[in-house]
Ligand binder design. Structure first.
Ligand SMILES: Nc1nc2c(c(=O)[nH]1)N[C@H]1C(S)=C(S)[C@@H](COP(=O)(O)O)O[C@H]1N2
Ligand SMILES: [Mo]
Length: 201
C-alpha cells in the first residue's frame, strides 16, 4: 500500500479543531479490504433492510424502496484500527437520521446494533449517529460499492474506527443497553474513537 508520510493533507485540521489524521494513523490512497469470513451472497431481488427493536414503527424495505428514499451525498475520511486512513471518500446513500425518522426510535433507545448478511454485528450509541455524515451508502467515488467493500449497502460512521461501518448491512436494531458486536466481543473498544485511540479494551 502506498503511504504518504509527507502528504500536506496530514497537517490539516478538521472543522472541530482536531487533526485531520488521528494519532497513530498513516495515510494510504488504496483501499484495503478487511473483514472476517467470506463475502456473503446477496441477491437484490430478495434483499431486505429491517429497522427493529425499540421503535414506534418497524420498517422493512426492499432494494427498490430503499433507493426511493431521499438520497444524499457526503465526503469523509475513514480510519481503520489497523492504522490506515483514507481521505476524501465521496459517498452516496441515505442519511441515518432520515432513515430513523421512518421508524421513530422510542425514548429508551440509546444504542444501535448494525446487523449484516453473514452475521457480522457492531454497536454504536444512537447519540453519535445523528448528523449528515452518518449514512447507509451504496456508492463510493461515483461507483457502486464492490462486493468486497460491502455491496450493495454498508454503514458509514466516519468519526469512529471503520469496524463500526458494517459491510453488507441488512438491518438496524435499537436497544436500551449497549451490547458488544462481533469485534467488540473479541476485545475491540465499545466506542472506538480514533482521536483518543480507543482501539482495544
Ligand atoms: N459485515 C462486515 N462488515 C465489516 C467487517 C466485517 O468483518 N464484516 N469488518 C469491519 C472492519 S474491521 C473494517 S476495518 C472495515 C473494512 O472495510 P473495507 O474492507 O471496505 O475497507 O469493515 C468493517 N465492516
Ligand atoms: Mo478493521
Amino acid at each position: 500500500m502506498a503511504l504518504f508520510a509527507k502528504d500536506p493533507r496530514m497537517q490539516q485540521a478538521r472543522d472541530d479543531g482536531r487533526p485531520r489524521l488521528p494519532p497513530g494513523q498513516r495515510l494510504t490512497d488504496g483501499w484495503p479490504v478487511l473483514h472476517y469470513g467470506s463475502i456473503p451472497k446477496v441477491d437484490l431481488a430478495t434483499w431486505k433492510f429491517h429497522i427493529f427493536g425499540l421503535v414506534e414503527q418497524e420498517v422493512t424495505l426492499s432494494w427498490d424502496e430503499f433507493m426511493a428514499l431521499s438520497q444524499s451525498k457526503s465526503r469523509s475520511d475513514i480510519h481503520c484500527v489497523t492504522t490506515w486512513s483514507k481521505f476524501d471518500n465521496e459517498w452516496d446513500g441515505v442519511v441515518m437520521d432520515d432513515l430513523f425518522a421512518l421508524a421513530r426510535p422510542k425514548p429508551e433507545a440509546a444504542h444501535v446494533i448494525f446487523h449484516s448478511y453473514g452475521g457480522y454485528t457492531t454497536n454504536v450509541s444512537l447519540s453519535e449517529l445523528h448528523g449528515p455524515e452518518n449514512m447507509l451508502v451504496h456508492t463510493h467515488n461515483g461507483e457502486p460499492l464492490t462486493e468486497e467493500h460491502g455491496w450493495p449497502l454498508r454503514g458509514l460512521v466516519p468519526n469512529l474506527y471503520f469496524w463500526k461501518s458494517a459491510k453488507w448491512v441488512r438491518g438496524i436494531e435499537f436497544v436500551a443497553q449497549d451490547r458488544a458486536g462481533f469485534w467488540e466481543m473479541y476485545g475491540y473498544h465499545m466506542h472506538g474513537d480514533p482521536w483518543t485511540e480507543e482501539r482495544y479494551g
